[in-house]
Design a protein. Structure first.
Length: 277
């Protein structure tokens, strides 16, 4: 009887002890998401309490969807966070964890959807920017109404990367005159149709202000192989500049990049048609 009583007491004592690994912590921020508002440093892009919350559309990428949620107050972006980020593998999660906080901060700083892609995270950045723009559209906040860096100027995945497939950036196109047009009239961002080519899709987005093209960028470029990516990286900035200079889709193909050029021109024309130019 003494032995039984001793055993029972020992078991009861053990049950009262805190078991390792069983504490339920508050939900941590997702990979790449901003930390919770209560613990976020100033300027982190985390969504603060209060204000209007607007959820952007999901933007699909090769490595998973991106979805951005904004908080706005008095017509200004006061917080941004990604509620969905690419997570198909450990490397995608690592890339998102590094890139998304920077994108959150950039969205708050720019007060529009015209932000830089993060170097080494082109797909994640482009998905973020598309979802961000849809949130702004829903909120009626209008892209390009404040000073901000032109989208697509990141350098993309460095050569010899870790196999994530993030493509070299090709959207560093000319936004010459975009800042000059700030405040002089309504500025809108128009996404052209996807144009298929033998080596991959091309899709162009133009920024229009006062009836003029103030910026052009390719949000999709051929990336089926290393050579296609190299050709696009060389050709697309030239095509971006040509579109702004010509103020139309009547631009020359870039030598050595015929397929990419033709796809670019078709998508550019569809964007101009949508913009009524």
């Amino acid at each position: 009887m003494i032995a039984v009583a001793g055993t029972t007491s020992a078991v009861a004592l053990l049950l009262t002890l805190k078991q390792p690994g069983t504490t339920v912590a508050g939900a941590s921020s997702q990979a790449g998401g901003a930390p919770p508002a209560a613990s976020a440093p100033a300027g982190s892009g985390a969504v603060p309490a209060g204000g209007e919350t607007v959820l952007g559309d999901e933007a699909d990428t090769q490595f998973g969807p991106v979805q951005v949620e904004l908080t706005l107050s008095d017509g200004r972006i006061t917080g941004a966070r990604a509620v969905k980020v690419p997570s198909t593998d450990a490397n995608s999660r690592k890339i998102a964890a590094d890139a998304v906080p920077k994108l959150n901060q950039a969205a708050v700083a720019a007060q529009n959807g015209r932000i830089d892609t993060v170097s080494g995270a082109t797909y994640t950045s482009e998905g973020y920017i598309r979802s961000l723009q849809s949130a702004l559209d829903k909120a009626g906040a209008g892209a390009g109404t404040g000073q901000g860096a032109a989208p697509g100027t990141g350098s993309g995945e460095a050569p010899g990367g870790n196999g994530s497939g993030e493509k070299p950036d090709t959207g560093s196109g000319s936004d010459a005159g975009a800042d000059a047009g700030q405040g002089t009239g309504a500025t809108e961002s128009v996404l052209g149709d996807v144009a298929g080519t033998q080596y991959g899709d091309v899709q162009v987005r133009v920024t229009v202000s006062g009836g003029r093209i103030t910026g052009a960028e390719a949000v999709r470029t051929p990336g089926s192989d290393a050579n296609s990516r190299k050709i696009a990286a060389d050709a697309v900035p030239k095509l971006n500049q040509a579109a702004v200079a010509a103020q139309s889709a009547e631009i020359d193909a870039v030598s050595g990049a015929t397929y990419t050029s033709e796809g670019y021109i078709r998508s550019l024309q569809s964007a101009l048609d949508k913009a009524g130019l």
